[in-house]
Design a protein around this ligand. Sequence first.
Ligand SMILES: NC(=O)C1=CN([C@@H]2O[C@H](COP(=O)(O)OP(=O)(O)OC[C@H]3O[C@@H](n4cnc5c(N)ncnc54)[C@H](O)[C@@H]3O)[C@@H](O)[C@H]2O)C=CC1
Ligand SMILES: CC(C)CC(=O)C(=O)O
Ligand SMILES: [Mg+2]
Length: 347
Amino acid sequence: MRIAVFAGDGIGPEVTAQAVRVLEALDLPGLELVEGDVGGAAYRKHGHPLPQATLEIARSCEAILFGAVGDFTLDHLERALRPEQAVLGLRKELGLFANLRPARVFKGLEGLTSLRPEVAQKIDLLIVRELNGDVYFGEKGMRTLDDGRRQGWDMMSYAEDEVRRIAHSGFRAAMTRGKKLCSVDKANVLETSQLWRDVMIEVSAEYPEVELTHMYVDNAAMQLVKNPGQFDVVVTGNLFGDILSDQASMCVGSIGLLASASLAEGTYGLYEPIHGSAPDIAGKGLANPMATILSAAMMLRHSFGLEAEAVRIEDAVAAALADGIKGGDLGGEAGTQEIGDAVLARL
Ligand SMILES: NC(=O)C1=CN([C@@H]2O[C@H](COP(=O)(O)OP(=O)(O)OC[C@H]3O[C@@H](n4cnc5c(N)ncnc54)[C@H](O)[C@@H]3O)[C@@H](O)[C@H]2O)C=CC1
Ligand SMILES: CC(C)CC(=O)C(=O)O
Ligand SMILES: [Mg+2]
């Protein structure tokens, strides 16, 4: 079990350390953790947010545990050198196209979300976000027009094979859950989305048991707070999935709770919380590490087939929350280390 550990910037190292403690406590046979530099931390040391040596570590491992990257003091750099390029580069270089972002309400948190408890308690959904295409990876630039105005531009596109493979991820996920797949797009305005919708319908023929529906992204944002219990699996593009998953996090209590898996074909994956480097609380021991700990559980399940161990971690997090262990993000007072201790104690 060779796992790359890329902690990154801001709260990344703080939350990753707690997830590492949990992995080490499980006494997994052959566990080997290999650290590597990413993000602003890597830029300061090596002059690049994703050094070749880091990429080599990633390629030599079976999975990556990732913290977060992002450092506002480096936002003046050309885009290719900015910290975020580390995670974008890993996603692209390693073909991590399927981003699974589950959201469910833990027992005891029903009254602590941004929604009314009776609305929140019904949430158990999975966002399947495409991660290798869309406006994030299209051509982009800034130019000055003939009339002297500056213009920024980013190309949004999806090729049919890119949509098809994430469609299969969505349908397969739905088959293991409630057999409902909602494809979120903006086909009333965007050609990219029209193709997306057409391909979703084509692929649905291979999954007759799954009920496929379509929803425009603006409505989806509204429905996510109005009646989130209607969703089982949501499949969507890179940009819409990024935004909707941050929103979903507050529907279940906090962004500090939402884990993710970024999967390639096969079992390789990168596992990270959905949040960023949170510079506003970095270095203070205030970050909630549960999203990263739950990401480690997803790693054991998806990359190593260790379902029982994954459930053990998830149950330990659920038990800590049920016992009232909460960070500031949930209105509690527990710090990063204390939350890690509480999860370990229940493991
Ligand atoms: N995958 C990645 O590495 C990501 C990196 N980023 C980067 O992170 C930096 C900060 O971005 P923001 O937009 O501020 O998003 P963010 O997710 O880092 O923070 C948003 C808000 O949520 C809070 N928060 C986030 N994680 C938390 C946790 N575990 N416990 C408690 N509170 C938490 C923060 O304190 C902040 O108030 C930027 O440089 C951005 O580009 C953003 C998202 C993903
Ligand atoms: C590159 C990241 C900053 C994008 C993001 O916010 C995410 O993947 O959640
Ligand atoms: Mg995001």
